[in-house]
Structures are given as C-alpha cells and as structure tokens.
Design a protein around this ligand. Structure first.
Ligand SMILES: Cc1cc2nc3c(=O)[nH]c(=O)nc-3n(C[C@H](O)[C@H](O)[C@H](O)COP(=O)(O)OP(=O)(O)OC[C@H]3O[C@@H](n4cnc5c(N)ncnc54)[C@H](O)[C@@H]3O)c2cc1C
Length: 188
C-alpha cells in the first residue's frame, strides 16, 4: 500500500508527485512514456528550460522527482477501482493499493470512461480534439473521494507550464487534506 499513485508521468503527473512525496506521502508514478511533450524538439516557453527538447525536459523532471523519493515505473495502468478505503490500481503485472489516485493520462481517457466520468471537448485547445473531464476545477477534485484529475484533462490550455502548475496544485491539495493543515513547501 502506498499513499499516492499517479497514473501518467507527463509534466502534470510528475509535478503532482513532487509535492505529495515531499509532504511525506509515499508516491508511485506509472507511465507509458507517450507524453505529448515528446513531440517538441525545442521547448522555449517553460521557465528555466529554454532550449531543451520535450524529452530532455521530461527526463530532467523525472530525475528531480526520483531524487526526492518518487518511484516511477514504466507500466500501463489498466484499471482503477475504488474500494472501501483505498483504490485498487491494476497493471499487467500486479495490483497495487493506494489511498489517493491522480489521473494525469491526457490523451488516454479510458480509465476515466471506465470510472463513469463524462468527457467533453476541452474548448481551451483550438483543435477541438482534446478531451476534458466535465466539471473539474483547478485543484482536480472529482466526485469520487480521493480521486483527482491533473493536466489537460482538467480543461487547461495546451501549455506544459500550465499543466505542471495545475499538477502541483493537485499535489498541494492532497498534502493539505492528508496533513490537516495548509501545505506549503518553502526551501530556505
Ligand atoms: C506537436 C505538439 C507541440 C507542442 N508544443 C508545445 C510547446 O512548445 N510548449 C508547451 O508548453 N506545450 C506544447 N505542447 C503541449 C504539451 O505537450 C502539453 O500541454 C503537455 O504535454 C500536457 O501535459 P500532461 O501531463 O497533461 O500530458 P502528457 O504530457 O501527454 O502526459 C500524459 C502521460 O500519461 C501517460 N499515460 C497515459 N495513459 C496511461 C496509463 N493508462 N498508464 C500509465 N501511463 C499512462 C502517457 O504515456 C504520458 O506520458 C505541444 C503539444 C503537441 C502535440
């Protein structure tokens, strides 16, 4: 049993994991490695990372997360089932248990559909092809207690810096709920 499982290791999922792990919640990220950001040869609009490719930016971000203790596994999550007081998260190899689950799967909406969420067009993305979960706010809360949505699926514009910020907000939200006081990570 871990405290937090993040499904999707793009910028949103990794940003969320940084904050939950730092708050002392053991966090496991599953990722199939097909982030949209990998299509970008040079990312110029992400703070502090001008000139990196999307792939390099994600590699660095993954290293940053693992350095503070996040575990990242290259496995696909095939189902998420809410049980009485935990979630059963299944990959091809194993079933894991977690108190909190964050879905940051962007283009892959299957887990959300399986959980009965209504998906609508994300109007903030001009192509009209990107989906979002209806009714999700900035902090990613859903109608299922302890299940959160992060990244473009929360109805964001298609910018990595915004997906990362919202993912961080989800992580802070969970840390605040779990610790019972407003969570803040300030280094001095
Ligand atoms: C061609 C192109 C160019 C772009 N250029 C820019 C740019 O210059 N600047 C910019 O800011 N943004 C750019 N973007 C947008 C940017 O890529 C997205 O805003 C960002 O990647 C969204 O982050 P995310 O974490 O929500 O999703 P993603 O980065 O797509 O991450 C989702 C992750 O979830 C994983 N996943 C999905 N399902 C599962 C599962 N069942 N189990 C485990 N893992 C799973 C995927 O493998 C993926 O790694 C561009 C996008 C495209 C397509």
């Amino acid at each position: 049993m871990v405290e937090v499982i993040v499904v999707g290791g793009g910028v949103a999922g990794l940003a969320a994991s940084l904050f939950t792990q730092k708050a002392g919640l053991r966090t496991l990220v599953f990722d199939t490695g097909v982030s949209q950001l990998k299509k970008v040869s040079l990312v110029w609009n992400y703070l502090g990372k001008t000139g990196d490719s999307g792939e390099q930016l994600l590699d660095n971000y993954r290293k940053q997360a693992t350095e503070i203790g996040v575990e990242v596994r290259a496995e696909e999550v095939v189902s998420v089932k809410p049980e009485a007081d935990f979630f059963a998260v299944q990959t091809a190899a194993e079933t894991y248990r977690a108190k909190y689950v964050i879905l940051a799967t962007n283009l892959n909406t299957q887990l959300l559909t399986d959980l009965g969420f209504e998906l609508i067009v994300n109007e903030k993305v001009p192509s009209g092809k990107i989906k979002m979960v209806k009714g999700i706010g900035w902090e990613g809360e859903t109608r299922i207690s302890n299940l959160y949505v992060a990244g473009l699926l929360a109805g964001l514009p298609s910018q990595a810096i915004i997906a990362a910020g919202q993912g961080a907000a989800v992580g802070v939200n969970i840390a605040t709920k779990e610790t019972g006081k407003t969570y803040m990570w300030h280094d001095v």
